[in-house]
Design a protein around this ligand. Sequence first.
Ligand code: FAD
Length: 453
Amino acid sequence: GRTGMKYDIAVIGAGPGGYTAAAKAGRLGRSVVLFEKSHLGGTCLNRGCIPTKALLHSAELLGEIKDAGRFGIRVSDVAADQKAMHQRKNEIVESLRGAIDKLMKAAKVEVVQGAAQITAPGVISCNGTEYEAEHIIVAAGSKPAMPPIPGSDSSGVYTSNDLLEGDGKEFSSLVIIGGGVIGVECASIYLNLGCKVTIVEMAEHILPPMEKEIAQRLAVKLKRMGAVIEASCQVKAISGEAGSMSVTYLDKKGKEQVACAEAVLMAAGRRAALEGLFGDGVEPEMNRGALVADADGHTSIDGIYAIGDAMAGNVQLAHVAAAQGENVIDVICGGKGAVDMSVVPSCVYTCPEIASVGLSQEQAKEQGIDVVVKKLPTGSNGKSLIAGGDGGFVKLVAAEDGTLLGAQLVCNRATDMIGELAVAVRLGLKLEDVAATIHPHPTFVEMIGQAAK
Ligand code: FAD
């Protein structure tokens, strides 16, 4: 039962990790307090997953309409109204915040608006009030990393927060530092809006965690849309001010180059956001500013747990944070985490979409694992031709006995289709199991069944 300001569980941060944990604990009858200094939904809802996908949808629709001739439609006078695009995005965000608010009420979670600080194990201070909780879950998330490049504090350097919150930003040219998921998704939005985009990436190719073959497909598409992509480059300095910026970098031959644009987007990774969260004397083990925790979320301090982007070495994805949120409550309530963390799909919402789960052919080669690879180009798929999709593929990676180990998709709806393959990989299904399952026709997803044959 609840007496005064005492709770079974306190959660700091209402992103996908925190609100998922709070809702589950509340449903299980635990008394729960959830602290949020900004808005319900965290990074994901307010300046991450949802805003990018809303803007990508508008921007891609514009691209498709401009190209409508190939679908037998004549259009004229097509123009983007970026203010209205942001307005629509903001309405979606607000509506989803409302849905989380309802979820919290239904689970009887007490939501406290304010910045929380852990002043001692089991004790949290927020807005001048003390709260006690047996278990404290830190789900404080992350923020854009600012590498120490001279000039990165210039007025013309923006982060994804600036581009995604409120009315966003309009540019006619943009240099993006970092060709990771956030960099390429923002590139895709701005290219469709007619902006000139240059991507400067440190690794050998964009989307470094993905296979080279996939990165190349996307690079070809982005270049066709007008992007300049510079890989294996090291940014040395940024200069200028908003409206006229220059980025100096060493290209792959070590030669100095300069890219100029109205603005610079810093998309060079994200760091845990834990400033001010721990009071004097509360010192859990950290690694490069993030909380060190085991697979069950235990930090070095008893009763304090970490989940999501705030946790050191974590895969920074909303569904990973949410799964850890579920698991930490199972652990606290005496069980074992019910969500299997070993199979994590990852998605890129460019056009074509990219999705991957489990082992890739490239990783299998690196690890010396013999695999069977089944690859189906999208060219033979009716639905892909109807939708006017670019050349892509469905690739299934299996052990020699046919057990599915992973899959990589580059095609329309790849991000939805990967769900089936995540189930198949997790359950250790074989290619023949997938092939023996009737897939509907005509669909994109039937490519999975065909590839498995
Ligand atoms: P967060 O969502 O960061 O939430 C943490 C919350 O804690 C914040 O609301 C913050 O205000 C609050 N907080 C912090 N400190 C305190 C404190 N002391 N007191 C009170 N409140 C506090 N992931 C995907 O899976 N799919 C995508 O498509 C995707 N797209 C993305 C696009 C962009 C541009 C970005 C930036 C990220 C994207 N991500 C995506 C990643 C995803 O947003 C994060 O992995 C996810 O939000 C992490 O969830 P979290 O709960 O750990 O933290």
